[in-house]
Design a protein. Structure first.
Ligand code: NAD
Ligand code: UGA
Length: 464
């Protein structure tokens, strides 16, 4: 049966990256067998069910099309390794929490374990693809671990970093801005690179498939995330200045974004960026710069993170100040807990830090989110008394403040007259994403606080 496939791909790690990327490869390359393995059985069971382990628009349709045809999810890691020609490694690479580099460097233990497993279960030469985001020159270490085998096997290591964003993963994979494939400049490196180019060329225009040396590919991934995060921190820094000068940060984004050299994307000021990667990857870049003695470079990039922390912290401080300097005993509804819309992912979400600080100030924190309540409960399990309400109307009933922390479309069309009626007065709304009609909210009776704009206040009830 398996003879019908021209190539056999294995992906180790069935997470936010491994699952969607492999589903799309299988969808677009019916003659390639794609198997995705993971040590987490519950995750694999979910991939094999009707209920996907992650919320991602359009994902289930792609999985359904290919699953059982040429897409398989399994916990049989060694068997998968044994039969594969190409192995993508898409395991997690979190920030190291211990020892040298703690708090900044990448924790590569999962990645190295995988490399050793590959050696053990292999009996033929293979191409190993770094899909996880890794520090520059990891491929060198990998080559050493893999090629130190005593079976006479050769493993060619490629770097193929992933640029998908959560919430738009499927369209990003179907129509990527580019696919990047790095290899060693040797003959076998170039041949392996060509094999991977041929896979992507099944649906990605050839001119969008960029090839490079393996170190450039590894470092490009960290740099891409650092530049994106830096744009958000830059506009957030300007938002604070706007609040002091009556300028409007959205008008500034529009004005500067019209300059094609700057570009319009990633200029939305917010309560802060979150997600599993921006912070981790910028810190990793900082660590690599420090390790090379480049202290100014490290410090420059570290400010992207400091500015982001500052933005979230000052959002909470503004909430407290506007609440007559105390939120103790007050019900505060947080609408949105995911780190962005259209995902249930809450890793490094700014909402966690907002909830934590308000809880420490003894507020009665209510969390609402259409997809992330499950993850929120896990993240906040150590905080007693937090209330979870999927229904935004129930969440806001009896609250004195509402904060929008995720830009879910549904929050734009809520009945805010009804919400206002059921709140304690003076009712305050803090739009941490600048997605609401602020003038309308003000006319309803809310005191409206927004990012990078003067608040709209009914002066008799407002403090700032
Ligand atoms: P994830 O935590 O969702 O998934 C990783 C999976 O790997 C987990 O299911 C885990 O059980 C599995 N795993 C760990 N060790 C294993 C082993 N030895 N054998 C088998 N399975 C193992 O992580 P993710 O969000 O998919 O990220 C994976 C990598 O991709 C990271 O390096 C990340 O930086 C990068 N990345 C993530 C995104 C994103 O949007 N999440 C985008 C681009 C790149
Ligand atoms: C990001 C990158 O966009 C992807 O290219 C990359 O592959 C991925 O990280 C990764 O390596 O994990 P993701 O974190 O899923 O993707 O989502 P983004 O759309 O980049 O948003 C990140 C955070 O920045 C979110 O909290 C978002 O709300 C915030 N953001 C984004 C803003 O506050 N303002 C903006 O203008 C844009």
């Amino acid at each position: 049966m398996s003879q019908q496939f021209a190539t056999k791909i294995l992906c180790i790690g069935a997470g936010y990256v491994g699952g969607p990327t492999m589903a799309v490869i299988a969808q677009k390359c019916p003659n390639v067998k794609v198997t995705v393995v993971d040590i987490n059985k519950a995750r694999i069971d979910a991939w094999n069910s009707e209920e996907m382990p992650i919320y991602e628009p359009g994902l289930y349709e792609v999985v359904k099309e290919a699953r059982g045809r040429n897409l398989f999810f399994s916990t049989e890691i060694s068997a998968g390794i044994a039969e594969a020609d190409i192995i993508f490694v898409s395991v997690n690479t979190p920030t190291k929490q211990y020892g040298v580099g703690a708090g900044k460097a990448s924790d590569l233990q999962y990645w190295e374990k995988t490399a050793r497993q590959i050696v053990e279960a292999s009996s033929q030469n293979k191409i190993i693809v770094e899909k996880s985001t890794l520090p520059v020159r990891t491929a060198e270490a990998m080559e050493r671990v893999l090629n130190a085998n005593e079976k006479g096997l050769h493993f060619e290591v490629l770097s193929n970093p992933e640029f998908l964003a959560e919430g738009t993963a499927i369209s990003d994979l179907h129509n990527p801005d580019r696919v990047l494939i790095g290899s060693m400049e040797t003959e076998s490196g170039q041949a392996a690179r060509q094999k991977l180019v041929d896979i992507f060329a099944n649906w990605v225009p050839r001119e969008k498939i960029i090839t490079s040396n393996v170190w450039s590919a590894e470092l490009s991934k960290l740099v891409a995330n650092a530049f994106l995060a830096q744009r958000v921190s830059s506009i957030n820094a300007i938002s604070e200045l706007c609040e002091k000068t009556y300028a409007d940060v959205q008008e500034i984004s529009r004005a500067i974004g019209a300059d094609t050299r700057i570009g319009a994307k990633f200029l939305n000021s917010s309560v802060g960026f979150g997600g599993s990667c921006f912070k981790k990857d910028v810190l990793n870049l900082v660590y690599i710069a420090e390790s090379n003695g480049l202290n100014e470079v490290a410090e420059y990039w570290e400010w992207v993170i400091k500015m982001n922390d500052h933005q979230t912290n000052r959002f909470v401080r503004n909430m407290i100040r506007a609440s007559f300097n105390t939120v103790a005993g007050k019900r505060i509804a947080l609408l949105g807990f995911a780190f962005k819309k259209d995902t249930g992912d809450t890793r490094e979400t700014p909402a966690f830090y907002v909830a934590k600080q308000l809880h420490e100030e003894q507020a009665e924190v209510v969390i609402s989110d259409p997809q992330a309540i499950g993850n929120a409960k896990i993240d906040l399990k150590d905080f007693d008394g937090i209330v979870y309400e999927i229904d935004p109307y129930a969440a806001t009933k009896g609250a004195s403040s509402v904060a929008i922390l995720t830009e879910w479309d549904l929050y734009k069309t809520l009945d805010y007259e009804k919400i206002y009626k059921n709140m304690v007065k003076p009712a305050m709304i803090f739009d941490g994403r600048n997605i609401l009609d602020h003038q309308k909210l003000y006319e309803i009776g809310f005191n409206v606080y927004r990012i990078g704009k003067t608040p709209l206040l009914h002066s008799e009830t407002a403090l700032i």
